[in-house]
Design a protein around this ligand. Structure first.
Ligand SMILES: Nc1ncnc2c1ncn2[C@@H]1O[C@H](COP(=O)(O)OP(=O)(O)OP(=O)(O)O)[C@@H](O)[C@H]1O
Length: 269
């Protein structure tokens, strides 16, 4: 279980990106983090694994307060946190399998790592995961020949190979088509249930978050303004998270109707 307690972050620029966020994410729960640009979603995710140092508050992963660890202890603790971030994208010239194993290079000794020689158990598990994410036909395909969805699947397998307790996922569907986005969200969901993983997903696509997350947390100006099930995310709650907008309006279609009635009016005169 992950417990975030009164977490705040002030950047050196003075921006108060998080203002006392308190949350618990139980094992097996997929939590979607939504909110407008600048709300503090990325900062929150990055404060959990201390890619960004929190200013105050604590982050407990099971019995360990991550905010109190020294560099060496933090390196150990991060093994329990799988990260699927854009900046940990794949090494283009390496194969699918090499990319999946690349996350393990820090965990084998120098010579094993030099020869890319991994323990048999790690290799077996890598092939199992490859199959689980639906890529068993492509272990030798180079990363630069993969589609966006396949790349995400490699990233997921790589993160899972370290057998994490927590998965932090940053915008997993940003560059995917709607069908692939659903498939990736479904896969993350299934894996969380199978492995009892806590998952936090930073996602802009609210309908997708509603469809696949068991819980939604809405951030605004660094504060939690909604924390509840997807089906209670009403237009008024969305207004509170994102600011005023007509969430039921069909947008361009309505504009088109208006434009048509105006031009019809013009034609009638
Ligand atoms: N490295 C930084 N230095 C200074 N201020 C920062 C830094 N990173 C983020 N901020 C500020 O912190 C606040 C929260 O930013 P953050 O990137 O966490 O928001 P976000 O919700 O993830 O936005 P987006 O959806 O656009 O990615 C913003 O006001 C932003 O300008």
């Amino acid at each position: 279980m992950l417990r975030i307690d009164s977490l705040s972050k002030r950047y050196p620029t003075g921006d108060m990106a998080l203002k006392g966020v308190t949350l618990e994410v139980p094992d097996g729960q997929v939590m979607a983090l939504i909110g407008p640009s600048g709300a503090g979603k990325s900062t929150l995710i990055r404060c959990i694994n201390r890619l960004v140092e929190p200013t105050s508050g604590s982050v407990w992963l099971n019995r360990v307060d991550l905010t109190r660890l020294n560099t060496r202890e933090l390196r150990q603790a991060r093994r329990k946190i799988g990260m699927i971030f854009q900046e940990y994208a794949l090494v283009e010239r390496l194969t699918v399998m090499e990319n999946i194993l690349s996350g393990q290079l820090g965990y084998v000794n120098f010579w094993q790592s030099w020869f890319r020689k991994f323990p048999q158990a790690t290799l077996d598990e890598a092939f199992r995961l490859l199959d689980r994410v639906g890529l068993s036909d492509f272990p030798d395909k180079r990363a630069d020949a993969l589609s966006g969805g396949q790349r995400q699947r490699v990233g997921i397998a790589r993160a899972l190979l370290q057998n994490p307790e927590l998965l932090l996922v940053d915008e997993p569907t940003a560059s995917l088509d709607p069908k692939t986005s659903r498939q990736i969200m479904r896969l993350i969901n299934e894996l969380a249930a199978e492995r009892g993983l806590s998952v936090i997903i930073n996602i802009h696509d609210v309908p997708l978050a509603q469809m696949f997350a068991q819980r939604i947390v809405g951030l605004r100006f660094g504060e939690v303004v909604y924390d509840g099930p997807p089906n209670r995310l009403t237009p008024s709650v969305l207004n509170e998270i994102y600011g005023e907008e007509d969430w039921n309006a069909s947008g361009p279609a309505q504009d088109l109707e208006e434009a048509e009635s105006v031009s019809a009016g013009v034609a009638a005169h």
